[in-house]
Structure formats: structure tokens, C-alpha cells
Design a protein around this ligand. Structure first.
Ligand SMILES: [Zn+2]
Length: 294
């Protein structure tokens, strides 16, 4: 009988080993962080991206199904910088089981000078992912959190993160060389949503936002006239809209200034198709901006 029990144990050992290698469950509320978590975690993680590429993170509200997934997650990654106004609901859902990481709060914020009563922004620019340096910071934060959750995978996570950081460095070099096609006095970025502050600081642009923080806040006619004057005075060649915003106002401004409509940019996270990766987002945005302003 005893030897039979030992035999059973022998049969069960590989099964137990498999259970031990169960994937780490990660929930993210940023399409950018979804990519980062997948790249660093590789096949050791199961990542659920609650805010889908092409959707608006400012308007997102978690559904009961999102909260159930969060309750089951070991790691919850937030954009932070006041983007997730619903963070209280997530904290309630996780209880003490999962760890919530406010990724964006771990690096410095740009202040926003324009405010139009959108409480979720709170004067702190949440759009940190338009700086590749910030995405690299986020990558290291995610790596360290995954290592804490599964120390035995440290070698894997460290190697994955290093490989991904090298890719980001290459992308940053591409952005710099593309932007270098534009002389400094042509680096003026007019959009209908103040989302490119980190991008502007990193690559020496001046931003001239029209509607302030929220894409749903359309400027009044007085404001529009002021913006048209400022754009004319600055000699801006092209103005831009966003994928998830109504381009009507920006087109009106283009008509009023004689500047051309340069196309739409991805401001609030990844897009769809070949714009559905961080590299694709930067190639689209930087290509659109530089080609229209040249
Ligand atoms: Zn935004």
C-alpha cells in the first residue's frame, strides 16, 4: 500500500510542477502598458488589457466583467497621473489579493497650463507615453514588479526587458532623426487636445493646444478666433486632429488660418492595425507631423 502511494506521488509530481508554473495574471488600464507587460512577461504572463487600442481612456468606466478580472489579477497596472478616476472601484475589487501599481506616478509630471474643467486631469498632464524615455521607465517598473511576484523567473524577465529596452532605444533614435528633418522654427504643434506636452519637451516642439484638456470640450467662437490669430502669427503650416476626436473644429481652424489639415494623431494610446503597437504609434504620429510641417 505504501509503495502504491509513493507511486501515485511519482505520477502527480509533473502535474504539480505544471501548476507551479501557472501564468501571472496581469490587468492593465492602458494599451501602452498592455504591450509593455506582454513584452516583459512573455509567456509567463496572461495580460488582460481593459482599455482597448483605439478607445478613449478618459471616458473609460470599468464594467462588472472588468472588476471580476481585476479581482482575479495578481498585478494591476495603471497609467496613473489621475487618468483612472475609477481607481477606488479597482481597489475595492482587488482587496488584498492583487497589487495595484500606479506606473505613471513613479516619474515626473508636466503641469498643464490650460484647464477646461476636466477634473480627471487635475492640472497634471497624464499623456506620459509620448516620451519614449517614460516608456523605458515603465518597462523597468513592470520588470521589477513581475520579479517580485515570481523571483524564479527573474532571468527571463530581465532578459525580456533588456531586449525591449534596446528596441525602444532604436525607436527613439528613429524619432530623433525624423524630427531632425524639421528646422526648430517649424516645430509647432497645433492639436485639439493637449496631449503632446511630453513629446514636445523631448523633441523640442512648441505645443499650441486649442480646446485644453478634454477632447469633448470644444472652444467657443471667441477662443477659436484667438487661436486663429495665434496660429497666423506663428506661421504654422499645418494643424492636426486625433483619431478618436471630432476633427470639425480643427478643420474650421485650418480654413481660418490657411494652414493645411495635417491629418489625425494617436494621442490617447495605441490605435488599430499597424498603429496598434508603440512603434506603430510613434511612426504614425511622427511621420504625420514631420511630413505635414516640412
Ligand atoms: Zn488625452
Amino acid at each position: 500500500m505504501k509503495s502504491f502511494r509513493l507511486f501515485l506521488l511519482f505520477l502527480l509530481t509533473p502535474v504539480l510542477a505544471c501548476v507551479g508554473a501557472e501564468k501571472i495574471r496581469v490587468s492593465t488600464f492602458s494599451s501602452v502598458l498592455t504591450e509593455v507587460a506582454q513584452q516583459v512577461g512573455g509567456d509567463r504572463v496572461e495580460v488582460i488589457g481593459h482599455v482597448k487600442p483605439g478607445s478613449d481612456p478618459h471616458d473609460f468606466e470599468p464594467k462588472p466583467s472588468d472588476l471580476r478580472a481585476v479581482a482575479n489579477a495578481q498585478l494591476v497596472l495603471l497609467s496613473a497621473k489621475h487618468m483612472e478616476g475609477y481607481v477606488g472601484k479597482l481597489e475595492e475589487a482587488t482587496g488584498t489579493k492583487g497589487v495595484i501599481i500606479h506606473v505613471g506616478d513613479q516619474f515626473p509630471s508636466l503641469k498643464l497650463s490650460v484647464q477646461h474643467g476636466d477634473h480627471s486631469h487635475d492640472g497634471e498632464d497624464p499623456h506620459w507615453w509620448h516620451s519614449i524615455r517614460n516608456i523605458a521607465r515603465a518597462t523597468k517598473i513592470v520588470r521589477d514588479e513581475l520579479v517580485k511576484l515570481s523571483p524564479s523567473d527573474k532571468t527571463t524577465f530581465t532578459a525580456n526587458a533588456s531586449g525591449y529596452l534596446a528596441k525602444l532605444e532604436k525607436l527613439d533614435a528613429w524619432v530623433k532623426s525624423k524630427v531632425a528633418e524639421l528646422p526648430r522654427d517649424k516645430r509647432k504643434l497645433v492639436t485639439n487636445h493637449d496631449a503632446f506636452g511630453y513629446f514636445a519637451r523631448e523633441y523640442n516642439f512648441t505645443v499650441m493646444p486649442i480646446a485644453g484638456l478634454s477632447k469633448n470640450n470644444q472652444p467657443g467662437s471667441k477662443k477659436t478666433a484667438e487661436v486663429i490669430q495665434a496660429i497666423k502669427a506663428a506661421g504654422v503650416k499645418a494643424v492636426f486632429s486625433e483619431d478618436v476626436a471630432n476633427p470639425k473644429v480643427i478643420q474650421e481652424i485650418a480654413r481660418g488660418t490657411g494652414a493645411k489639415f495635417g491629418g489625425s494623431l494617436l494621442s490617447d494610446g495605441l490605435g488599430n492595425g499597424d498603429r496598434g503597437t508603440i512603434e506603430g504609434m510613434f511612426k504614425h504620429n511622427v511621420g504625420t507631423i514631420v511630413d505635414a510641417l516640412k
